[in-house]
Write a protein that binds this ligand. Sequence first.
Ligand code: ADE
Length: 222
Amino acid sequence: MKEEVEMIISQMDHVTESTKAGILYREGTFRNKQVVVCMTGVGKVNAAVCTQQLIETFGVDAVLFTGVAGALDPALEIGDIVVSTECMQHDMDVTPLGFKRGIIPYQENSIFAADADLVKLAKASCDKLFSGRAVLGRVLSGDQFIASPDVVRMLRQDLEGACVEMEGSAVAQVCAMHQIPYVVIRSMSDKADGSADVSYAEFTKLAAQNSYSIVEDMVQAI
Ligand code: ADE
């Protein structure tokens, strides 16, 4: 989110900016570590292009991805955090050819494991700095904003998702293709069921502050 990026940029030194394929990248140092900060934009294609650039053009050796998601795990409340153990595309649907939902045909893997050390680090930072609930779980991604109790039930029961969003699995798949470690950290902005009981503007400010503190703590520890 813009709010998250702006908080990091304001604390970076030696910033150089470049734009590639319409995405603005800021390189510099943050807490004495070399970083590249950017916003992927919405959806899997934007996230995939951005991640490929981060790896190929900027040579990053790890990817931390933050943002908001819809909660699928009924134990999660608005504002709680999911740290990815793995990511999967819920809209990959080749069921007419006999593949299970989420399975990408003719390749070894469709569920992309997050890096165990980054997961541990993210959870430790959440537990240290965040007063709400932070859980580990499977992040589901698709090019759809989910707002239906029936879809929530299916994503929870069939695909065992903890939360649903629109980018993480694309980031995860590109990282896996290059063997680059990644973790996704998502703040729950809604319950993906169409119930709107939170002020989005107010929520994003709070979520951005939380994810900034977590990323800062992780970068210092890496
Ligand atoms: N990001 C935040 N909430 C979401 C939802 N319900 N579906 C998809 N992406 C989201």
